[in-house]
Design a protein around this ligand. Structure first.
Ligand code: ARG
Length: 401
């Protein structure tokens, strides 16, 4: 390990990374600390984090609002790829890691830092995402992961903080480990570690427990242009505004709570609770419009690409060339995904109740059961004979087995 001289610390302002701010210069002989805290829509007081970093000895403390970039470069493609890991998790934490890695490498270069430090443990996916990300951008960058190296547990951190004059947060949040941004909130540990224990209803901050949601359904119309969300209820909005609006409205209706046991990259299974009202609503709406405007062949094929795209994001491989290739496919597949989708938000459900598009591969005249339809039913006779030909022959020869 090279002796770090100046370190960019990914700093949340919480207990663990505050301990790291003191521990790193103690362990690595007086190196200088620069902190980086990003606003990704987590809704925390980041100026407070900045002041705390300076009070704890950082030579520079950077707070950067990257919400727009996060929304445009990461969340829009996630919608277009209907990105859900193992069909459930909208990847809020995962997507954010790559942008953090990019900004951290850039800040390290700008401040003459030779090392980046993060607060991940050795058990999770985030260490993989950060480290593959950072190395892809700068193979020579040193990386230190004090929590992993030090094997720091919660209780140890509290003792260390008391001994080193690190202010303990008012509310220790010690029951859960939480990560949040615009795209959702991830909650784990504490009682949630028992996969058979129902999550207490007080863990949610973005979505209401459905039983407390209003009795009245909320209808929301979402407009897409080439798979990109562009308006809510006919009101043109930026992606950030759309996500914020839907987090609010769908969250109120109890939409977007996910309780899942997932497979981590490092081989462990873990139980995590997610809240992602906007993500769930947007992906539900987008997927519907995509099906409406795509051929049967596209509809059968694209989910495979979507799944792989989501897996790459989950597994730390945003910077792999395969992700770009898949994304290029996803973009072309979205060329006609333009139109509106009406979604009914009601007690935990986001249900599509209507869709409209000039590109809909849907012809009411063909499908209607009313008289005057234009579909020639006689065509079906020959079609069925050829379609089932090999199956029928196989059934006959089965008797010979
Ligand atoms: N399991 C999720 C992922 O790997 C979230 C990880 C962070 N979760 C947390 N509660 N701190 O993307």
């Amino acid at each position: 390990m090279v002796q770090p001289k100046r370190v960019v610390l990914l700093y949340s302002g919480g207990l663990d990374t505050s301990c790291m701010l003191k521990w790193i210069p103690q362990k690595y002989d007086g190196c200088e600390m620069v902190t980086l805290t990003l606003d990704m829509g987590q809704g925390e007081d980041l100026e407070f984090a900045k002041q705390k970093a300076l009070d704890l000895g950082a030579i520079e403390a950077h707070v950067i609002d990257v919400r727009e970039e996060f929304a445009n470069r990461f969340l829009i493609p996630a919608v277009q790829a209907n990105a859900l890991y193992q069909q459930q998790y909208p990847l809020a934490t995962a997507l954010a890691r790559y942008l953090i890695a990019e900004v951290a490498v850039d800040l390290a270069h700008r401040t003459g830092s030779d090392t980046i430090a993060h607060g991940c443990t050795g058990k999770g996916n985030d260490q993989v995402r950060f480290e593959v990300g950072i190395r892809s951008l700068d193979p020579d960058m040193n990386i230190i992961a004090p929590i992993r190296e030090w094997d720091l547990m919660r209780d140890d951190a509290i003792i260390y903080a008391k001994e080193n004059d690190i202010p303990l947060p008012d509310q220790l949040n010690k029951d859960y480990s939480v990560d949040a941004n615009l795209w959702g909130r991830s909650i784990e540990s504490g009682v949630l570690e028992d996969p058979n224990h129902e999550p207490p209803s007080d863990i949610y901050t973005m979505a209401q427990p459905p039983e407390q949601a209003p009795d009245q359904a909320d209808y929301v119309t979402i407009t897409f242009e080439k798979g990109v969300p562009t308006a809510v209820d006919q009101q043109p909005m930026s992606m950030i505004q759309i996500v914020e609006t839907l987090n609010e409205r769908a969250g109120k209706a109890g939409v977007g709570i996910i309780d899942m046991v997932e497979d981590r990259v490092v081989g462990l299974k873990s139980r995590e609770i997610y809240e992602a009202p906007a993500a769930v609503t947007l992906i539900t709406a987008h997927r519907d419009l995509e099906r409406f405007t795509s051929t049967i062949h596209q509809n059968e094929f694209k989910p495979m690409i979507d799944q792989r795209w989501g897996e790459l994001i989950y597994k730390g491989l945003w910077f792999d060339p395969l992700r770009e290739s898949l994304q290029a496919f996803v973009e072309t597949a979205n060329e006609r995904v333009t139109g509106t989708v009406k979604v009914k938000l009601y007690k935990g459900h986001a249900q599509v109740v209507g869709r409209e598009s000039e590109f809909g591969i849907y012809d009411e005249n063909l499908i209607t059961y009313q008289s005057g339809h234009t579909f020639n039913q006689e065509d079906a006779v020959g079609f069925i004979q050829l379609w089932g030909l090999s199956t029928v022959i196989a059934q006959k020869s089965k008797e010979k087995v």
